[in-house]
Design a protein around this ligand. Structure first.
Ligand SMILES: [Mg+2]
Length: 271
């Protein structure tokens, strides 16, 4: 079984999530940007990685992913989906054939990135949006001031972008513009082909994780973030998708326990 998990605000948490928590935590990303997990969460993930194929699935760029020391030295996944699915790392190196196929599809299936860039800049102003940056040559993101951003205009732009094959997602202070084709599930399907394993349990907190959540046979999301805010009501009664009771860094630990239980139940034939 594969455990496909988003990282930021699902498994790993920045400093600000530590406020008010009394949990013992481990530093999993050192340097300028720091990330943490609770200590029990690190042990649970170690156990999961020993029993299942753990695949980190992140919107981080290749370089940003490599900053997480935990996955370089202690729990080293064979596969990692990065750049929101535009790249698949196998033992830390991009899978070139996957990337080539992806680039070919991108050339025909959505509005060209440079045209999307121009259109976004027509609605963006320096009042609320910092300059757009391109990530791994595939998608865009910028820091925004959520309080000053004209939500109606951004929403209308998101609907227009959707018709052009792009997705708009806001997470914390970042706004992402991502071709719909570039998603974590597309890359995970390649992992399923390579491993011959098509049973997937997933975890994620944002709209960019929705393809993972929908594709997996079971998914769990923390009780914070875009999915919680926008999908919790719609999801009520869906046995294949749970939300944690905890929010913040404790949710990371809780969802790992749920994943481990799911694997144990499956091994006992009770799925
Ligand atoms: Mg996330």
């Amino acid at each position: 079984m594969i455990f496909a998990s988003d990282l930021d605000r699902t498994l790993i948490y920045s400093e600000k999530f530590l406020e008010g928590t009394s949990c013992a935590v481990s530093l999993v990303e050192r340097g300028k940007y720091r990330s943490y997990m609770t200590r029990p969460a690190v042990e649970l993930l170690r156990q999961i990685a020993g029993e299942m194929t753990f695949v980190p699935c992140t919107t981080r760029t290749i370089e940003q992913y490599h900053r997480i020391q935990l996955f370089q030295t202690e729990i080293v996944p064979r596969y990692a989906v990065v750049s929101n699915g535009a790249n698949l790392l196998i033992r830390g190196t991009p899978d070139i054939s996957y990337r080539t196929k992806m680039s070919r599809m991108l050339a025909t299936d959505c509005l060209a990135p440079e045209d999307m860039f121009v259109e976004f800049n027509k609605i963006a102003s320096e009042e609320w949006a910092a300059p757009m940056r391109q990530a791994d040559g595939v998608f865009y993101y910028c820091i925004i001031d959520r309080l000053k951003a004209p939500l109606g205009l951004v929403q209308a732009f998101a609907q227009w972008a959707e018709r052009k094959g792009w997705a708009v997602s806001v997470q914390e202070r970042k706004l992402y513009l991502v071709p719909q084709l570039v998603n974590k599930w597309t890359a995970l399907k390649r992992v399923m082909e390579l491993t011959g394993d098509n049973r997937v349990v997933a975890a994620g907190d944002s709209l960019l994780d929705l393809p993972l959540v929908k594709g997996a046979e079971y998914a769990i999301s923390p009780s914070h973030g875009e999915l919680y805010l926008q999908q919790k009501e719609l999801n009520a009664g869906n046995a294949g998708w749970d939300f944690t009771k905890a929010c913040g860094i404790a949710a990371g630990e809780e969802l790992l326990r749920a994943v481990l239980n799911k694997n144990t139940t499956t091994e006992q034939g009770g799925y």
